[in-house]
Structure formats: structure tokens, C-alpha cells
Design a protein around this ligand. Structure first.
Ligand SMILES: Nc1ncnc2c1ncn2[C@@H]1O[C@H](COP(=O)(O)OP(=O)(O)OP(=O)(O)O)[C@@H](O)[C@H]1O
Length: 302
């Protein structure tokens, strides 16, 4: 009996991990061009819709863990959220279907690289001002999501695409809508790996999870500049120092990130508008400073 279950397990794993081949026609319509990536919720392909000659993205949802039930939940959630939110920075849902037991969805293709690729592969660096201008755009997208009662809950390096000075937010499979029950999301989140405390904050069913994701992303942008040789300290120093000691930031940027990352005793933000206002104020300050200013005047944080 156990041997049979093991064999079934191997077959299921083989089916899940078998990829669509380049040139393969899926659902008699979508020709696979190449694989864009494999995440914890499935595989994503760049393809051509042969009916319209449009380039699009096909996502085959099948999480590494959690099997059919979780696949179904993520799939339904992503389709529902993508249809509900109409914003130029969020890809539109173009088609949904089942293909050989796989849940598939087709969405608009967003050109460019995700932030992780920009920073770690393309070596792009952002000054503090650029980082804030960039995060400001993302905050505008998140504002629309929150206004419509949703929380994204998965703002991360691979889920934000940057192209020609514009940001795009993708991957809506973990979104939660205020007022809906918590049972389904509990099932979704149960299998997310990582540190328990971090997971609790990142997957919280309220806006603070997005503030936390935005705060982390902002830190990555700010560090891109430090990593490019603009840091004053040695690598050994830096391995032992926190971002608060390491990054030389405008005091208001510093305090804003502490609030976004829920660092005690700061009072966490309650509403995305507070972050938007804080960013605007810092940008105005930074723009008024002389170029190449490396030390900030004594500006109180609040
Ligand atoms: N609509 C889209 N347009 C362009 N690129 C996309 C689109 N959707 C996903 N991608 C890219 O495809 C790649 C794989 O995405 P996918 O969501 O499958 O996994 P991931 O985001 O890397 O991991 P995880 O889902 O575990 O967070 C990523 O590089 C992502 O930036």
C-alpha cells in the first residue's frame, strides 16, 4: 500500500514538474516561446496568442506543496483579483482554462525586468531620491488596490517589474479581500515557508503586510547604491550591522521605514495615504538639498 502511494507521489511530482516545451501549442491557441520562471505556485511562460499575434504570459498554477486544493485556491484568487482590479500597472487577465489537469491563466505581458533582476543581474543602482520616487509609484498602485478593499500580501523583488521608468505589480495569487472569510487564506498560508514571525507579518490579513513588503523593497533599492561601492564601511563591519546603522538616510526616510517594518516602539501606519504623504515630504526635502550632499541637516523625523 505504501509502495503504491510512493509511486503515485512520484507520478504526480513528474506531472507537476514536466514543462511545456518551446513551440508547443497550448489550448490550440498559445504557442510557448520560453519559460519566464518557476515560482512556488507554478510555472510562467512567455507565449504568442496565434489568434491575435499578441505576446502574452501563460501561468500554469501548481504549487510545489499543497497539491490540487491549494492550486485551485491560488488560481481562483488570482483570476478574481486580476478581473476586479483595473489599473495600467497591473496585468489584465486575458483567458482562463484547464489544460490536461493544469489550471492555466493567460495575462498581459509586461516588458522589462523584475526588481531582483534589475539589481542583482543588471547592476542597476538607485540613490535615495530615486528609490523614493520609484517606491512612490508603487505606493500609487497599492493605494488603488487598498481603495478597492484588497491587500496584495506578496510585494517582493520578483513581483514588481520596472520598465521605462514605470512600475508594475504582478502575482495576485495571495491577495485577500476585506470582508471575505479567513479559512481559505489560512489554507493558502499554512504552507508558506520561512521564519514564523516574518511569515505572520508578511501574510497578515490587513494593510500592514503590504507596508512591510514595500518597506523591504525600499531597503533593497537603497542597498543597491551601497553595494555599488558607495558604502563607507568594510564588508566585515557590514555583516554585523543592521540597515539602521549601515544606511545613511534622511531622518524621515529612516523613520518611515521603521514604521513600515513595524519596528517598536514606532506606531505602525494605518493607511497607505500616510506613507504617500511621508514620501512626498521627503522627496521635496531631498530635491531642495544641494547635489552630492552626503550629510543631512538636522531635520527632525516627524
Ligand atoms: N505578466 C507578466 N509579465 C512579465 N513577466 C512576468 C509576468 N508574470 C510573471 N512574470 C515573470 O515571470 C517570472 C516567474 O514568475 P512566477 O510568478 O511564476 O514566479 P516568482 O514570482 O519568481 O516566484 P513566486 O511566485 O514564488 O513569488 C518572474 O520573473 C516574473 O517577473
Amino acid at each position: 500500500m505504501k509502495a503504491l502511494q510512493r509511486i503515485q507521489g512520484h507520478i504526480m511530482r513528474w506531472i507537476q514538474e514536466r514543462h511545456f516545451a518551446e513551440g508547443q501549442l497550448i489550448h490550440e491557441r498559445y504557442k510557448i516561446c520560453r519559460r519566464l520562471g518557476k515560482g512556488s505556485y507554478g510555472v510562467t511562460y512567455l507565449c504568442e496568442d496565434i489568434q491575435t499575434a499578441q505576446t502574452c504570459v501563460l501561468k500554469r498554477v501548481y504549487p510545489l506543496r499543497g497539491g490540487h486544493v491549494r492550486a485551485q485556491l491560488i488560481y481562483e484568487r488570482e483570476c478574481r483579483a486580476m478581473s476586479a482590479i483595473d489599473h495600467p500597472s497591473i496585468p489584465s487577465l486575458l483567458d482562463t482554462f484547464q489544460y490536461h489537469h493544469y489550471h492555466c491563466l493567460v495575462m498581459e505581458y509586461i516588458e522589462g525586468h523584475n526588481v531582483g533582476e534589475w539589481i542583482f543581474e543588471q547592476g542597476l543602482t538607485f540613490t535615495e531620491l530615486q528609490s523614493l520616487q520609484w517606491i512612490k509609484q508603487l505606493v500609487e498602485v497599492v493605494t488603488v488596490i487598498h481603495q478597492q478593499g484588497w491587500v496584495h500580501r506578496d510585494i517582493s523583488l520578483s513581483n514588481v517589474i520596472y520598465h521605462q521608468h514605470k512600475v508594475y505589480l504582478i502575482d495576485l495569487g495571495l491577495m485577500w479581500q476585506q470582508g471575505e472569510g479567513t479559512a481559505d487564506v489560512a489554507l493558502l498560508d499554512e504552507l508558506v515557508s520561512g521564519d514564523q514571525e516574518e511569515k505572520r507579518i508578511r501574510r497578515a490579513l490587513d494593510v500592514t503586510s503590504d507596508f512591510y513588503g514595500l518597506g523591504h523593497l525600499l531597503l533593497f533599492l537603497l542597498y543597491s547604491y551601497e553595494e555599488e561601492g558607495n558604502s563607507h564601511s568594510s564588508l566585515t563591519d557590514r555583516q554585523e550591522r543592521s540597515w539602521e546603522e549601515e544606511l545613511q538616510l534622511h531622518p524621515r526616510t529612516h523613520q518611515m521605514i521603521r514604521k513600515m517594518l513595524l519596528v517598536a516602539p514606532e506606531q505602525p501606519y494605518q493607511h497607505i495615504d500616510e506613507i504617500a504623504q511621508a514620501i512626498d515630504r521627503i522627496i521635496t526635502d531631498l530635491e531642495s538639498l544641494p547635489a552630492n550632499n552626503s550629510t543631512y541637516p538636522n531635520i527632525p523625523p516627524v
